[in-house]
Design a protein around this ligand. Structure first.
Ligand code: DX5
Ligand code: ZN
Length: 218
């Protein structure tokens, strides 16, 4: 599966609705929403009210990436606001299994994100329960950073585990995805490609997403 998930972190917030409609028309598959709390990551963004606003302008699935401490407190609010896919960080959850079960019990798809320095073993005992694994290919907190190359080894190893166990878990990558990097990322086994600055910083969203899809399919 190949899904392009534009991250609205790099969108123009003075016209967020138009930005979302533009990437939807350009062929985006999901809308990626980066929630930051100023504690887990050194930046602060938005909460459920923005998710709710996005829901009103698009039918695309909303993919909510929670870069927050104690996510269980807010997961119900995000689902109520319209989150379809929710990822929590392994490093931010004391009871990771509980957080995953909470997301699923509310009817959303559950993912776990791994920071670049976090070993794959952090998800070994929850992999069967996951709808997706988010491999961070930059340190979370900001858009526009460079892709960390060894993330590809991490993707390959997770892909091997998923195949070995006969699961259909998706792998998502987040950070530094652009026209130059996307082909090798796809070859490593990624299904869902988050891209912020490479899409919203480009002149034509249509052209950028078309090139992404071409690179992935070749
Ligand atoms: C970073 C966020 C990303 C960010 C990616 O913490 O999780 O989703 O928007 O930005 P780019 O695509 O510019 O690296
Ligand atoms: Zn993200």
């Amino acid at each position: 599966m190949s899904i392009i998930a534009p991250s609205i972190l790099s969108a123009d917030f003075s016209k967020l609705g138009d930005e979302i409609k533009a990437v939807e028309a350009a062929g985006a598959g999901w809308i990626h929403i980066d929630v930051m709390d100023g504690h887990f990551v050194p930046n602060l963004t938005y909460g459920p009210i923005i998710v709710e606003a996005c829901k009103r302008v698009t039918d695309l699935p909303l993919d909510v990436h929670l870069m927050i401490e104690k996510p269980d407190q807010l997961i119900p609010e995000f689902v109520k606001a319209g989150a379809d896919w929710i990822s929590v960080h392994a490093e931010a959850c004391t009871h990771l299994n509980r957080s995953i079960q909470l997301i699923k019990s509310l009817g959303a798809k559950a993912g776990v994100a791994l920071n670049p320095a976090t070993p794959i073993s952090a998800i070994e005992w929850v992999l069967e329960d996951l709808d997706f694994v988010l491999v961070m290919s930059v340190n979370p907190g900001f858009g526009g950073q460079s892709f960390i190359d060894n993330s590809l080894d991490k993707v390959r190893e997770i892909k091997r585990m998923i195949t070995e166990k006969g699961l259909d878990t998706l792998i998502q990558i987040d950070g530094g995805v652009n026209k130059k990097t996307i082909r090798t990322i796809a070859e490593a086994g990624v299904d869902s490609f988050v891209a912020g600055s490479a899409i919203f910083g480009s002149e034509s969203y249509d052209e950028t997403i078309a090139v992404f899809k071409k690179e992935i399919s070749e």
